[in-house]
Design a protein around this ligand. Structure first.
Ligand code: UGA
Length: 438
């Protein structure tokens, strides 16, 4: 099928590449010229395992194209995906400027029948607005159906979660549009759920908010566990064995970050408020999440007393493993706060050093703090009074711990992701503090 994808962010680019991989002819459009030039030259702007190979492969096979010309890309497309950003606006609501712009730009260029897909994460009833804008600007002989097809990909495993999704959600208003979308996803071997437009839009916000709620629940439990000297990993393991609960997204730690959960929770709260419901549960989820960062700093203070002038190694700047994405990353926030308090920070991340340098300037701070970017975890640990772990990268789990210990001025580890066993760490002679465990 002939597909046009507008917006080459994480969702747009991965979706476009995966649809091309399944044999469709896909044009990915973006108004960011340097980005499109880089993609045409085979350079991928984000780190996402497996993506570069799929992009190159499908460009070579002439199934995947990149363009800045939205008008020509729209003409002849059977399906047009709107996958532009819906960032957090100043009032906590999703800023839908880009979605509106795209709707207005594509409308006059439509010919015959086209299915237009709302892929961007947007508040319930956005589809109605998109439809109204397109109707207003489309030529009289053009017809279209709007479909809501939310994306559930996870960064770091985006290819896997797009190629093999748990479900494909299709919010449709006509049988014809449903048939087009079913044909598009024919080779995806995933259950399809067909709903009305608004229910599909809600499934996305409801899912992200529920996953965030699960994490915050586990984090609240970790506080209880610390108060009574129990082990949160055992508690959540026992809970997760109940199939109704499942073990996923129950890992306590320094809380969730990333571009999606914080933004989507805000947007979901705001839209609920606007339509007449105070979804206060979501506020509590956010409060618990941010509280974990404060508690983590407190743990560091408990071990070091005064932060000012102390050397602290920090492992993990991306918001989760297997990505270079540092948006809303707890690791970046912790690094900033420690350096503001005058720590001499030695930071390391396997993939996010470049993006981190841009937001954590390597300059002496007020209060004497400074940030040193290290080449590996052992360098970050060297001469450190304490080492903190803020992202659960697999390579941190297999560190040579005796070597790490030898490098440190004092063998104290504060682990915000519970990647080591407390018993093992004690045996090795570390002062080891983690989350919700003794
Ligand atoms: C999330 C959703 O999981 C995707 O389904 C959704 O498509 C995506 O948002 C989106 O809306 O685009 P993502 O932000 O890539 O995906 O990352 P997650 O794997 O969900 O992790 C989010 C954060 O939660 C990370 O900081 C991670 O470290 C943290 N987390 C995750 C925990 O603290 N504990 C857990 O048990 C699981």
């Amino acid at each position: 099928m002939k597909i046009t994808l507008i917006g080459t962010g994480h969702v747009g680019l991965v979706t476009g590449a995966c649809l091309a991989e399944k044999g469709h002819r896909v044009i990915c459009v973006d108004n960011n010229r340097p980005k499109i030039a880089a993609l045409k030259a085979g350079r991928i702007p984000i780190y996402e395992p497996g993506l570069e190979e799929i992009v190159r492969n499908n460009c070579r096979k002439k199934r995947l194209f990149f363009s800045t010309n939205i008008k020509t890309a729209v003409q002849g497309a059977e399906v047009i995906f709107i996958a532009v950003g819906t960032p957090l606006g100043p009032d906590g609501a999703a800023d839908l400027t880009q979605v509106e712009n795209v709707a207005r730009t594509i409308a006059p260029n439509l010919k015959g029948y086209t299915v237009i897909v709302e892929k961007s994460t947007a508040p319930v009833a956005t589809g109605e607005k998109i439809k109204a804008v397109i109707k207003k600007y489309a030529p009289a002989d053009a017809s279209f159906d709007l479909v809501s097809n939310p994306e559930f990909l996870q960064e770091g495993v985006a290819i896997q979660t797009t190629m093999h999704p748990d479900r494909i959600v299709l919010g449709v208003e006509s049988k014809k549009a449903e048939e087009v979308m079913r044909k598009l996803y024919r080779d995806f071997n995933a259950p399809v759920i067909v709903t009305d437009l608004k229910s599909a839009e809600l499934i996305k916000h409801a899912s992200n908010a529920f996953l965030a709620l699960k994490i915050s629940y586990a984090n609240a439990l970790s506080i209880i566990c610390e108060l009574v000297q129990a082990d949160v990993t055992q508690v959540t393991k026992g809970m997760g064995m109940d199939q109704r609960i499942s073990p996923h997204f129950l890992n306590a730690g320094i809380g969730y970050g990333g571009y999606c959960f914080p933004k989507d929770l805000n947007a979901f709260f705001k839209i609920s408020e606007d339509i007449g419901y105070d979804f206060n549960l979501l506020k509590e989820v956010q409060k618990i999440n941010l509280g974990q960062r404060d508690r983590f700093i407190k743990k560091i203070e408990n071990e070091l007393w005064v932060i000012k002038g102390k050397r602290i190694g920090l492992l993990g700047l991306s918001f989760k493993p297997d990505t270079d994405d540092i948006r809303e990353s707890p690791g970046i926030d912790i690094a900033r706060r420690l350096s503001e308090r005058g720590a001499i920070l030695k930071v390391y991340d396997p993939k996010a050093m470049g993006p981190a340098r841009a937001v954590l300037p390597n300059l002496p701070r007020r209060g004497g703090g400074k940030i040193i970017f290290c080449r590996n975890p052992y360098e970050a640990a060297r001469q450190s009074d304490c080492l903190v772990i803020t992202t659960d990268w697999p390579e941190f789990k297999t560190l040579d711990l005796p070597r790490l210990k030898k490098n440190m001025a004092h063998p104290t580890i504060i682990d915000g992701r519970n990647i080591f066993s407390p018993t093992q760490m004690k045996k090795l002679g570390f002062v080891y503090r983690s989350i919700g465990r003794v």
